[in-house]
Design a binder for this molecule. Structure first.
Ligand code: AMP
Ligand code: MG
Length: 349
């Protein structure tokens, strides 16, 4: 298949292009578009065959359900069986934005979307271009991250093309995405609600609306081998090719321990994922990538997946990644790092 690329500057997309995209969705085709988190691989969520094509293009396991993306709150009515009171407050506060909510599904929703679960995940993205596309089509668009399954999610057109050129009908190029990590997923079918995946909206933010919200314990504890409630969390997601280690503890200890590992593995090609504060502290690594300042975790999240892909491009043997505090966006960043490290964490005192 020949993939058509629609280039958009400053989110200014013509009506005729919106029409082309809408027609593609109605014809069951695949369209990649940017959201404020990462690029999404979209198809008409009410078209079972089109949704199946998403799984084929990504090589995604069939039991990993898809998130439906909408433009208006009124669209959820036909998609869900019931709207709990707490949903109204969460929607009011965080939509549009990087928060995915899980509801009991309506009969309209296919098993292909839900991976056979009786629940459905819905989100309203805030990216202006995503909003224009969703407003124009009015269809609920199923859209997982636009990467091959198992690879880090793409935050730029180049990375989408690398993974999906020739496998999708249209790619809408809207420049780099803002958050860099995916949406926070909250299950509203449990009382109190549970955070199934940390992401762009932080636990602290959510507690303002839901003080008793809980976090699925499997998402941050690498040694916990119970099955996560969110099927996607059980896969070796976001994984670079190189062997990755995350270093936890106080920052000076992290720096000391990484330097020790660099010395002991002098025969290996090593990448360090560092920060603005520490980037000049490492000697002997093949490359040191600066993710940004620890005072600006949005920047760190924004750069994380691209950094993992750069490590793959450079064919390094090992990645030593500095850890972050389990606070604010740090929770989502650590969740992605622990997945990239397949649970290999080096603690130090
Ligand atoms: P992606 O869009 O690729 O970032 O992945 C979507 C995430 O949402 C995955 O981790 C899924 O497992 C999760 N998800 C989607 N639908 C549901 C659902 N009904 N219940 C629990 N988790 C879900
Ligand atoms: Mg994904």
């Amino acid at each position: 298949m020949k993939t058509k690329i629609i280039r958009v500057k400053d989110d200014q997309i013509d009506n005729s292009e919106l029409e082309v995209i809408d027609e593609a969705f109605k014809a069951g085709k695949l369209v990649v578009f940017p959201t404020e988190t990462v690029y999404g691989l979209g198809a008409n969520g009410l078209d079972e065959e089109a949704s199946m094509n998403i799984f084929r293009a990504k090589g995604r396991p069939a039991d990993n359900p898809l998130i439906l993306h909408i433009a208006e709150v009124s669209q959820i009515r036909e998609l869900v069986d019931e709207i709990p009171d707490i949903a109204v407050n969460l929607i009011d506060m965080f939509w549009p934005g990087p928060l995915t909510l899980i509801f009991k599904r309506s009969k309209m929703i296919s098993d292909v979307i839900t991976g056979g679960l009786d629940t459905v995940a819905i989100r309203m993205p805030s990216h202006p271009l995503a909003r224009k596309i969703l407003q124009h089509t009015r269809l609920p668009i199923a859209a997982p991250s636009a990467n091959l399954s198992g690879k880090p999610s793409p935050t730029s057109l180049e990375r989408v093309v690398e993974d999906l050129d020739g496998k999708v009908d249209i790619i809408v190029d809207g420049g780099r995405t803002n958050y860099g990590i995916e949406s926070t997923v909250v299950d509203l079918t449990e009382n109190p609600p549970i955070i199934l995946r940390p992401g762009g909206v932080t636990t602290e933010d959510l507690k303002v609306i839901v003080p008793d919200i809980r976090t699925d314990s499997t998402i941050l504890d690498a040694s916990d081998d119970r099955i996560p409630k969110s099927p996607g969390q059980k896969y070796k997601h976001y994984a670079p090719i190189a062997e990755c280690y995350t270093f936890a503890g106080a920052l000076d200890i992290i720096v000391k321990n990484i330097n020790k590992q660099i010395r002991e593995n002098a025969d290996k090609k090593i990448a360090v994922l560092a920060t603005e504060e520490t980037k000049d502290s490492y000697e002997g690594a093949y490359m040191v990538i600066n993710l940004g300042s620890r005072d600006n975790l949005i920047e760190v999240a924004h750069n994380l997946f691209e950094a993992l892909r750069q490590c793959d491009d450079s064919k390094v043997d090992v990645i030593y990644a500095e850890g972050f505090e389990f606070r604010g966006l740090g929770v989502g960043i650590m969740n992605r790092l622990l997945k990239a490290s397949s649970g290999r964490v080096i603690f130090g005192l």
